[in-house]
Design a binder for this molecule. Structure first.
Ligand code: RB5
Length: 148
């Protein structure tokens, strides 16, 4: 699986740990930055990863900022993106099973690296269930299309 990853200045150490973890699991990782500790604007990196996922350049995305909120809000403005902030594995599992989310977001100032790895593992191991959930995801897409 090919994963695009992006972050702001608050999440450099966390990103490094997650990239190592992903590579150990055999994932290909594309790093969309930032790679500087200088204060930056999280929407820039949220958009980069979201566009890469929407264009099919990568299979899924991971976004990390201080809380996971700002960067996921930015990503969710890109057509076709369903980004979910997950601070524990149950939500990560449901975000894949029921919501077919294609971007996982979390906060480097909210959770530690071991919890983050557990969330990423759960995310990668869980497939969308389809069925009645497909209908609901299609309704989300319909809202997006009506507002285009
Ligand atoms: C940066 O200080 C912080 O606002 C950002 O990382 C994030 O938490 C925004 O949602």
């Amino acid at each position: 699986m090919k994963i695009g990853i992006g972050n702001d200045h608050s999440a450099l150490e966390m990103k490094a740990e997650i990239i190592d973890f992903l590579r150990e699991r055999g994932c290909e990782v594309v790093d969309y930055g930032t790679n500087s500790t200088e204060s930056c604007d999280y929407p820039v990196y949220g958009e980069k990863v979201a566009r890469a996922v929407a264009a099919g350049e990568v299979d899924q995305g991971i976004l990390i900022c201080g809380t996971g909120l700002g960067i996921s809000l930015a990503a969710n403005k890109v057509k076709g993106i369903r980004a979910a902030v997950c601070s524990e594995p149950y939500t990560a599992m449901m975000a894949r099973l029921h919501n077919d989310c294609n971007i996982l977001a979390f906060g480097a100032r909210v959770i530690g690296p071991e919890m983050a790895k557990m969330i990423v593992r759960t995310w990668l191991d869980t497939e969308f269930e389809g069925g009645r959930h497909q209908r609901r995801v299609d309704l989300i897409t319909k809202i997006e299309e009506e507002n285009a």
